[in-house]
Design a protein around this ligand. Structure first.
Ligand code: PEP
Length: 251
């Protein structure tokens, strides 16, 4: 049984005032069946962890370096995220692939570093609109998976997020049929590469304009174990209904 997961990506948003959202979310879901994770900016990780202590909420980073320490100005190592209170780290988000030219090989090295630090990596894959229109969705996702996932990945250390680039922050959501096609493909690829145990155990999230209004339909889709949510994770008022839909799907 895969435990469902709702992960919120605050991106470069939020100040200390936003920590109140963490308290509100934790209060709304004191004992969730699914897992709830918030990934605030790195500067808020430690105070967010303090705010989440004793609650069911877990925290994550938004990136890490592939090395555990060293001369890498401005970067954050996976053990540092763990020490600050993170249990998860988002890796290979399309915004990092676009803004920082991050390659799948780099994502794979970062995922290995995350695993070594005891973090669960949420590795993001997904096609651009041009790639979808060219009929290349599955080959792009397959290649990103092959190149971004470490050889010794485990169901505990890896979560995969399918995030079609054209659906992120656009208000445009992939249809259930489009999501099911990709998620079924991802499940089959994982099972082919890692065998039934790990292949069945890795959780698959959908990400791309998930809101309270469309969450239930998305969570009822084949091989969808939860969501990676950007804009709608910034407040408890918006994220709460998504978590509630996940809890209803869990029941
Ligand atoms: C994301 O950034 O991972 C994301 C899915 O964003 P949004 O929910 O805002 O589309």
């Amino acid at each position: 049984m895969r435990r469902r997961l709702a992960a919120g990506n605050w991106k470069m948003n939020g100040s200390r005032a936003a920590l109140a959202e963490i308290a509100a979310l934790a209060e709304a879901f004191p004992a969730p069946a699914s897992e709830i994770v918030l990934c605030p900016p790195a500067t808020l990780l430690a105070p967010a962890a303090a705010r989440a202590e004793g609650t069911a909420l877990r925290l994550g980073g938004q990136d890490c370096h592939a090395e555990p320490r060293g001369a890498h100005t401005g970067d954050i190592a996976a053990p540092m995220l763990a020490e600050a209170g993170a249990a998860y780290v988002i890796l290979g988000h399309s915004e990092r692939r676009a803004d920082h030219g991050e390659t799948s090989a780099q994502v794979r090295a970062k995922a290995a570093a995350a695993q070594a630090a005891g973090l669960t990596a949420i590795v993001c894959v997904g096609e651009s609109l041009a790639e979808r229109d060219a009929g290349e969705t599955l080959s792009i996702v397959g290649a990103q998976m092959a190149e971004s996932i470490p050889e010794d990945a485990t169901a505990e250390a890896l979560v995969l997020a399918y995030e079609p680039v054209w659906a992120i922050g656009t208000g445009r959501t992939a249809s259930s049929a489009q999501i099911a096609e990709v998620h079924d493909f991802m499940r089959a690829e994982l099972t082919r590469r890692f065998g039934a145990g790990t292949g069945d155990g890795v959780r698959l999230l959908y990400g791309g304009s998930v809101k309270g209004a469309n969450a239930a339909e998305i969570f009822a889709t084949s091989n969808v174990d939860g969501a990676l949510v950007g804009g709608a994770s910034l407040t408890a008022a918006d994220f709460g209904p998504i978590v509630a839909a996940l809890e209803a799907a869990e029941a």
